[in-house]
Ligand binder design. Sequence first.
Ligand code: GLA
Length: 387
Amino acid sequence: MFSLTEPLPDRLLAAFADEFKARPAFISRAPGRVNIIGEHTDYNDGFVLPAAIDKAIFFAGRLRDDNRVNVLSLDYEGKASFMLDNLRDDSLPGWTRYPRGVLWVLREEGHTLRGMDVAIVGDVPRGGGFSSSAAVEVSMLELASALFGIPLTQAEKALLGQQVEHRFVGIRSGVMDQMISAVGQKDHAVLIDCRSLETTPVPLPQGVTIVTIDTGVRRELVGSEYGLRREQCEEAARILGVKALRDVTPEQLAANLDKLPEVAAKRATHVVNEDRRTLDTVAALERGDIEAVGRYVNASHASLRDLYEVSIRELDIIADLAQKQPGCYGARMMGGGFGGAVIALVRDDAVAGVLDAVVRGYREATGREASVYHAKAGPGSSAMPVT
Ligand code: GLA
């Protein structure tokens, strides 16, 4: 849960009162995420090990008596107004897309909605691979579920958020980002089985800091490279005669690799071994073997670079620099790829030195400034009444 006196909810309540001359009925919160390991496995029904972070998107809202939706964004300093039967109006500002998408999906699912006054604020860095859009979707779902009295489990919220991506935005994303935003736990990563949606909290090790180092490079993966990877994985699964690559072990794949076209073979090799690495990482965390965790994380980066081919020079430079520093257990690119941030696991007393060396080395190699963030694992999404 969260407190209404925290800086962001506090600002949101004040802005809501200012704009709508009333108090909202509910405030919701949904966090962004980091991903320790398990990349490009979620849409293959596989395993991921993300953690929700202490940065989040907050919504405040109350119902209206008509079908109008008024939205105020503190971050974009913008306002928009639209009717519930015109949610697909593309002339509306881009930042309204995800909240509109949530209402659209709920209506498609047969829920009867009403208009509302809504205000939004957040501090999840946008485009850095922290899944700010999934946090917007899940937070809006928390708000809508509370306002309309629609009972939804955390997994159902995650699946509806994913539907927004698939059916409204047009990206066939996996379910990791929405799931971890909904089910995160303080001081824990969460092992998620992306087929059954079973979740297992895994305590994060003492003495280790999770940092992210953002390249500052942004690329849209809409429809192009991301969708292509997904198709290549589906092709591999079809040829191997399984429902998804999750159903193949590294040993089975090795024995059948010659049946696959070259590119599909590379993609499948990444996915199948990444699933194994993710489960091995959980086992290593459970026995306190952080050196082994670091080796899996480094292997994940090499695989994403060489086999899945979703890394870029800037990500490779940062991952290489980090991996070489004393006190850094492991580092790898995080998220979809083609930009965004590297995640690194660093011994607490080495954090300042590692970050200093990486930021400096990156500047020398590229002329760019990297931005760093110390990730603290926090709770998943929730909503609370405002009295
Ligand atoms: C993006 C998608 C996720 C996942 C990652 C890659 O973040 O939104 O569903 O597929 O890429 O692991």
